[in-house]
Design a protein around this ligand. Structure first.
Ligand SMILES: [Zn+2]
Length: 126
């Protein structure tokens, strides 16, 4: 999430802003597996990430892990870090295709979809 004070993007897992140290509101961590279990993303989906200007694709597995070539990664963050050689806010760097709209979104979009599905946040106005 973005820091409310300095707008620095932080992984949702962070309790404090990596830039200015402000404490961030707690977020229930939704994993890729939660998204697969909810049917929002599916095993076999391709997730893509831009590495040095090129799109690289990894495959989503049924247990929420990501497979890239012969390597399996527990979390999108680990996979992004391995591919890019640096840590990024992986939930905004990875993109996947929405099965409902057929459009590509950063995977944070699907976390929002799950929260709406659970009734934790109201649907966005259209
Ligand atoms: Zn900050």
């Amino acid at each position: 999430m973005l820091c409310g004070k300095c707008s620095h993007p932080n992984p949702d897992e962070n309790k404090f802003c990596g830039n200015c140290g402000t404490s961030l509101p707690p977020v229930e961590v939704i994993s890729l597996k939660d998204l697969v279990d909810a049917g929002i993303l599916r095993a076999g989906d391709e997730l893509s990430i831009s590495v040095k200007g090129k799109d690289v694709a990894a495959t989503l597995l049924a247990d929420g892990k990501l497979k890239y070539q012969e390597q399996t990664y527990d979390a999108p963050l680990a996979c992004a870090a391995a591919l890019r050689g640096q840590v990024c806010d992986s939930w905004y760097c990875w993109e996947a295709v929405d099965h409902i709209t057929g459009r590509k979104y950063p995977i944070s979009h699907f976390r929002g979809a799950l929260r709406r599905k659970r009734g934790e946040v109201p649907p966005s106005p259209r």
